[in-house]
Each structure stands twice: as structure tokens, then as C-alpha cells.
Design a protein around this ligand. Structure first.
Ligand code: F6R
Length: 298
């Protein structure tokens, strides 16, 4: 039987993709899948453990989860969350902290119990950082591991704050931020000189242990790093390329973020049409809310 894996060597793409005309539809499709997991676990009397990202990319995804809570009675009572990362030096109450972001976009508007929220503490004293990181990993293990990990991608290909040079086996730890990452964040902090230099992040090894991973990317700025991650070699220079090693990963893209992929090259398009209706695409559409999905992984 032909599986996703057996098809891969003949394709330029090394991970399953879903490409949507509109990022809003894409974000809703991902939210529908997460909601399906939460509800399935509720029926079984089990928890759903989510790994969560911040930044501009997942904002619509969280908005859809909040809508599902308000309008379609999606409860988060059985959800446990672990955030990916936090800027070093920022207290949980800092207006630019990822903790504040999460409270605003998801935690406050839904019924997620406080005790089930896990955030990295950016303001922890230096001497306690290593122990804090180890405890975070232990808490993930104690929760049974991450069922569903949400990711964005940086312009340098980072996932979480695993910047280029991060090892595949890396765990939760203190890292120095790449100059490009700091430049991209400078607007939020009122200038590069006020932008944190370090962060605490889950490692690539930590992320790869999640049972399902969805990386979302929108816009032309992400086309280069998406192509490197999807079609390039697995390399520490492109941390998202490590996702090629995961069995249940999917990249969910809008047209612009998919714009540099070989499938958009005229020579490839003419020969690849029969592959557009792929199994991962059909699964995603079946899970609901994906009418805008139009081209899928070869
Ligand atoms: C944030 C995170 C980062 C972002 C990435 C993209 O928790 O882990 O890897 O996902 O920097 O950021 P945006 O979405 O703002 O383009």
C-alpha cells in the first residue's frame, strides 16, 4: 500500500501541507481539528494536552476557539496547556509577555482551569532557570505528553525560540535570540534596544515528542523559511526542517506563505495536478471548516 511516507522520495515536499486561499479559513480548520480532539477526549473522560504558540500567526486560531466556546459550547475544562516560550526578563504581567498574550487571546475568555495552564516564567532568577526548565519538561511528561502542538515559524526558520543552530535533541532551556528575531520583535518593544536578548523555549526534541504538530504560516515573509523547511535538507540552519522527521506533522499555509514552493513553478504544476487531492487534505476538510482549502500536498 502506498503511504504518505512511501510517496515522499518522489516529491519535492517532505511534509504534508494544506494550502488555503484565506488564512482565516485555514485558522478555522486548525481550530476545528483541535476542538474535535478536545471533544473526543471529553467523551472518553480524558484530558487533551495542547502545546501553544503566540505571535501574530495563531491569533485567528485562538479567536475561533473562543467563538466555539461561546457559540458552540466547546468546554476547555479537560484541557491542559503548555506554552512554547517566553521572553527572558518579562514578568507574567508584562504587557508584552507571552503569558499576557495567552490570557487575552484564549485563557481569560474560556473555561480553562488556572491549574491546567503552564507558562514558562521569563522573570525567574538566573540560578533557578535550569531547574525551572527541567520541571517544565517533567510537567509535560506527567500530563502524558503533548497531544497537539501548534507552531508558527520565524523568518529565520525558528520554531518556538529554537533559533538556527539549535540541536535536534534540544530540550527546554534559556537561549539567546537571533538578531533577526529581535529586529522582528522590536516594534512591539518600542525599539531594538528595549527588545529582550534571551528567551526560555521548549526544545526541538520537546516539540518533536508531541503526537500531532500543526505549523501555521501566513504571508510572503514566511515563503522562504517555509520552502526551506518543506523542501530543503534537514539542517540546524533551518530548525523547522526537523519537523520532516515527525510522523504526524502538517503545515497549514495561505497562498503567500506557499508561494516559493516548487509546486507553484509552472513546470511542476502541469505534472502534479493528480496529487492535489491528497489524503491529509481530505482528512482536514472532513474535520470541518475547510471550504477554502484548494491545493494540497503532492
Ligand atoms: C511564539 C513562537 C515563535 C513564533 C514565530 C512567528 O510563541 O514560538 O516561534 O511562532 O516567531 O511569529 P509570528 O506569528 O508573530 O510571525
Amino acid at each position: 500500500m502506498l503511504t504518505e511516507k512511501t510517496l515522499l522520495p518522489t516529491r519535492p515536499e517532505h511534509v504534508p501541507l494544506a494550502v488555503f486561499a484565506h488564512r482565516l479559513t485555514a485558522a478555522c480548520a486548525v481550530a476545528a481539528e483541535v476542538a474535535g480532539l478536545i471533544r473526543a477526549r471529553q467523551r472518553q473522560g480524558r484530558t487533551a494536552v495542547l502545546g501553544l504558540a503566540t505571535g501574530s500567526t495563531p491569533v485567528r486560531f485562538y479567536a475561533e476557539l473562543v467563538r466555539l466556546h461561546r457559540e458552540e459550547r466547546l468546554s476547555f475544562a479537560n484541557v491542559i496547556t503548555f506554552n512554547l516560550d517566553e521572553y527572558r526578563g518579562l514578568t507574567a504581567g508584562h504587557p508584552r509577555s507571552y503569558g499576557r498574550f495567552m490570557r487575552r487571546h484564549l485563557f481569560d475568555p474560556v473555561d480553562l482551569p488556572e491549574a491546567q495552564i503552564h507558562l514558562l516564567d521569563g522573570a525567574i532568577p538566573d540560578a533557578a532557570v535550569d531547574a525551572h526548565c527541567r520541571e517544565y519538561e517533567e510537567k509535560i511528561r506527567a500530563a502524558g505528553g503533548i497531544d497537539f502542538q501548534i507552531l508558527g515559524i520565524g523568518r529565520n526558520g525558528h520554531i518556538g525560540f529554537n533559533e538556527p543552530g539549535s540541536a535536534r535533541a534540544s530540550r527546554t532551556r534559556l537561549v539567546a535570540l537571533d538578531p533577526l528575531t529581535r529586529r522582528d520583535a522590536a516594534g512591539d518593544f518600542g525599539g531594538e534596544e528595549y527588545t529582550p536578548r534571551c528567551a526560555i523555549t521548549m526544545g526541538i526534541g520537546t516539540i518533536l515528542e508531541a503526537r500531532r504538530i500543526v505549523l501555521m504560516a501566513w504571508g510572503r515573509d514566511k515563503a522562504g523559511p517555509v520552502r526551506a523547511a518543506v523542501e530543503g535538507e534537514v539542517t540546524i540552519q533551518a530548525p523547522a526542517s526537523f519537523l520532516q522527521d515527525h510522523d504526524r506533522v502538517q503545515f497549514v499555509l495561505d497562498h503567500d506563505a506557499a508561494g516559493a514552493l516548487t509546486r507553484h513553478h509552472p513546470a511542476w504544476r502541469s505534472g502534479a495536478r493528480e496529487n492535489h487531492d491528497s489524503a491529509p487534505a481530505r482528512r482536514m476538510i472532513r474535520r470541518g471548516a475547510a471550504p477554502g482549502a484548494e491545493i494540497h500536498r503532492a
